[in-house]
Design a protein. Sequence first.
Length: 163
Amino acid sequence: MSNKVDIYTDGACEPNPGKGGWAAILQFTDKQGKLHEKELSGNEEHTTNNRMEMLAVIKGIRAIKYPCHLTIYSDSQYVTKAIGDWYDGNPKIAFKSEGWIVNWKKTGWKRKGGQLKNVELWQELYELVKAQLSVRMIWVRGHDDNVLNERCDTLAVKARLGV
């Protein structure tokens, strides 16, 4: 596997909360220039869309066996803004602030408005991104002809439905 990996992610839940699915597509190019791809997906019976979006990122990163330079594509602004960009195990400050996850950790996993939901997933995400060489989060508009985002959506919906 290359040390540069792209991960496309998506989550689905219907109704919300309800039965949900998540999906991730990992891509990397080997030293010979050949593109490799891996699809992952799964589901939970009683969940929310935000949990599925987060699990897609977690499962994608977990599938990588050693630290890499990751570019993660998600149609969830909640996830992309919360994680932010990282370099060498540290949050990278962009536009005078880092991802929300950094402050949540500093405040004992709480947010301004009160309780932070899915704390265990945010804690795992924090450790996973911290362990990478770099992480770049990119928000993509959902259902806007991004081929890999659309594939992730299809995989997440199929996982939700148990297909």
